[in-house]
Design a protein around this ligand. Structure first.
Ligand SMILES: Cc1cc2nc3c(=O)[nH]c(=O)nc-3n(C[C@H](O)[C@H](O)[C@H](O)COP(=O)(O)OP(=O)(O)OC[C@H]3O[C@@H](n4cnc5c(N)ncnc54)[C@H](O)[C@@H]3O)c2cc1C
Length: 289
């Protein structure tokens, strides 16, 4: 299948890309790794007249420390996130999630910013970034602003970004000592995308009790969902296998998943409890005191 014909412009700066977006309006589309946009264009689900390439903009790649946050450039490809020493030191859950995206070709081209901006409900990164309490820096010609992850994913393939904004950075708090993170996914056997997944960030004090928990579930809604009942169930309790299992059993509470061609509602809800338990257990296992 071939896309409709389009023009291509390589942007040389964020400002130039923003000006090009204003110039082309609804007929222009940003291009990052192209691993969601180009397939959609080939299927004629999208037919932009002009692609504005961000891949040629310097300064949008890499991982750095800024105070108590890791800052990841939006154009950083999945492989580079997964292999980053800073990510592997502080955010193993993010390394887990980027390592299981698609295949090596997808991970070598697809970008963290593209995945987040695309907001596919079957994507991996929105789920772990929700558990890790990330925030997103977006820029327009009138300035930049930060959007918290809990406000970012608003619907299927829809975010809180405006059409004149570019996602430039992902900020993730560096977890304090005594905190671990992990991600667990049941992939669709054909596509590798998420059927159901879970991300967890767990803080444990020396006594063994849970002092903070953020647990996110993918595959049960229009985007990542916080498993609030699970988080509350863990809070202040000793992180024994029984308590973790009881908390994980609440992972699908207050969700309204829809059946799809692969999985029914009952199955998805059950798998959510299993993968929430796996993610929490792995996060607890990684806590270093
Ligand atoms: C075979 C295959 C298997 C895959 N498997 C998985 C999987 O298992 N899990 C998973 O999570 N993903 C999977 N993906 C998707 C992959 O992770 C893509 O990399 C990702 O969804 C999009 O990133 P991209 O850089 O390719 O973005 P693009 O395709 O270039 O862009 C996607 C959308 O985001 C917009 N956009 C891109 N960057 C920005 C930005 N900085 N600011 C604002 N808007 C922007 C674009 O305009 C476009 O609308 C798969 C893809 C393929 C082709």
């Amino acid at each position: 299948m071939f896309p409709a014909s389009f023009a291509y412009v390589a942007a040389r700066s964020v400002e130039e890309a923003l000006e090009l977006m204003v110039k082309h309006g609804e007929e222009g589309k940003l291009l990052a790794g192209g691993h969601s946009l180009i397939p959609a264009m080939k299927l004629r689900l999208q037919s932009p007249r002009t692609l504005i390439d961000l891949g040629t903009v310097p300064g949008l790649r890499g991982v750095r420390v800024d105070g108590d946050h890791l800052v990841i450039g939006a154009l950083t490809v999945h492989t580079d996130v997964a292999s980053s020493e800073l990510v592997r030191k502080h955010l193993l859950g993010l390394a887990d999630a980027t390592s299981v995206i698609g295949d090596i070709q997808v991970r070598n081209r697809g970008t963290i910013g593209g995945s987040v901006a695309h907001a596919d409900p079957a994507a991996d990164l929105p789920v772990i970034l929700t558990a890790l309490n990330a925030s997103f820096t977006v820029q327009s010609l009138s300035g930049s602003r930060s959007i918290a992850v809990d406000d970012f994913f608003t619907d299927f393939f829809t975010t809180a970004m405006n059409s004149d904004e570019i996602l430039t950075e992902i900020h993730v708090p560096i977890p304090a000592t005594g905190t671990g993170s992990a991600y667990a996914k049941l992939p669709h056997p054909a596509s590798g995308y998420v059927v159901v997944s879970a991300g967890a960030l767990i803080a444990r004090q020396a006594s063994g009790s849970c002092t903070a928990a953020r647990v996110a579930i993918g595959g049960l809604g229009t985007g990542p969902l916080r498993a609030v009942a699970t988080e509350l169930e863990l809070q202040g309790k000793p992180l024994t296998p029984q308590i973790i299992a009881a908390a994980a059993a609440k992972a699908a509470e207050e969700t309204e998943p829809v059946e799809d061609s692969y999985a029914g509602v009952e199955y998805k809800c059950h798998v959510a409890t299993v993968y929430a338990r796996k993610a929490i257990e792995a996060a607890v296992e990684r806590v270093k005191s």
